[in-house]
Write a protein that binds this ligand. Structure first.
Ligand code: F1P
Length: 305
């Protein structure tokens, strides 16, 4: 078993532990104007949170790749997500910030936590694999809990997600496009990054409504379109007309029906759906003889000398 396999499987427990920190000082207060920043995986979960927070009426929330933060914007708080606490773009931004800063990190001993007004430490979710799974989703579980989500229910879905048969045959799939709407756009981007990082596999991600504006030309037999969350009317049928496989936890009775799912709900929480995509990314890697814990060209964090 790889480190990442064990880390993926531990997500339900990690999410429950993260939710216990939902009253931690420094998490955005209602009405604050918030920017959330990160790199790679951390950026994508930040995108998901930004959409959830703004749609829940808590205040304007923008997400930026840390290097693309627009200087001069008047935010009340900058929230940085960084597992390592060492990523150069994040550390530089924190050092220059005039707003209050919150850092969600796995390692309190690294520079990001020291620069933060309010560090929130999820050390129990740190990882040995280079590719991130449970730290990022635990950060999102924390932020969702802070917005009032019932993480117990979502963790129940994740318990199902770690055991379900994969809805895609890794041996017969040459490409995957992940789609999302609203907060699940960030989850789709993260699922695609996981396939690229862990397996060097061709995966893309788009907002579901934009998919028809060009990217659908990639769809073909042997390829997969996997939607998180809400699916635009008619999209499943359009994808299937190309010969591609359409995957959604609710489509055709739901791929969750492949397993022994008895959650009494129509579909998995999209964050649990991401867990299934993480497992597929690992399978794509191991089936190709790759080590998903240490993918080529990647390191735990990107630090500029
Ligand atoms: C961010 C990150 C990861 C990515 C890779 C390099 O790290 O870009 O998302 O998977 O391992 O680092 P961090 O700032 O969250 O530590």
């Amino acid at each position: 078993m790889t480190h990442v396999d064990a880390e993926i499987a531990s997500q339900p427990d990690c999410w429950l532990r993260a939710a216990e920190l939902s009253a931690a000082p420094g998490l955005p207060r209602p009405g604050e104007r918030v920017a959330i920043v990160g790199c790679g995986t951390s950026w994508f979960v930040g995108q998901a949170y930004a959409s959830l927070r703004e749609r829940s009426g808590q205040g304007e929330t923008d997400a930026f790749q840390a290097s693309e933060f627009p200087p001069g914007r008047g935010y009340d708080r900058i929230v940085a997500i960084t597992r390592s606490g060492t990523t150069t773009e994040v550390v530089d931004l924190l050092a220059a910030a005039s707003a209050a800063t919150t850092v969600i990190t796995a390692d309190a001993a690294q520079p990001a936590a020291g620069l933060a007004t309010d560090p929130v430490v999820l050390d129990f979710a740190d990882e040995r694999a280079v590719v991130q799974t449970r730290f990022a989703t635990s950060a999102l579980a924390l932020l969702r809990a802070h917005l009032g989500a019932d993480i117990g229910r979502i963790a129940d879905d994740a318990e199902v997600a770690v055991r379900l048969p994969l809805p895609v045959d890794p041996a017969r799939c040459e490409q995957i496009t992940f789609l999302g709407r609203g907060w699940t756009v960030g989850l789709a981007a993260e699922a695609a990054l996981k396939c690229r990082e862990a397996a060097g596999f061709w995966a893309e991600a788009y907002p579901a409504m934009d998919y028809r504006h060009g990217p659908i030309s990639i769809a073909a037999p042997g390829r997969v379109v996997w939607a998180f969350g809400e699916v635009p009317a008619g999209l499943a049928e359009e994808v299937e007309a190309t010969g591609a496989q359409f995957v959604h936890s609710r489509h055709h009775g739901g791929y969750a029906a492949l397993g022994s799912w008895s959650g009494g709900r129509e579909s998995l929480d999209p964050m649990a759906d991401l867990v299934v995509a993480q497992r597929l990314a690992v399978r794509l890697a191991t089936d190709r003889g790759l080590d998903p814990d240490f993918p080529r060209n990647l390191t735990r964090s990107v630090v500029r000398a």
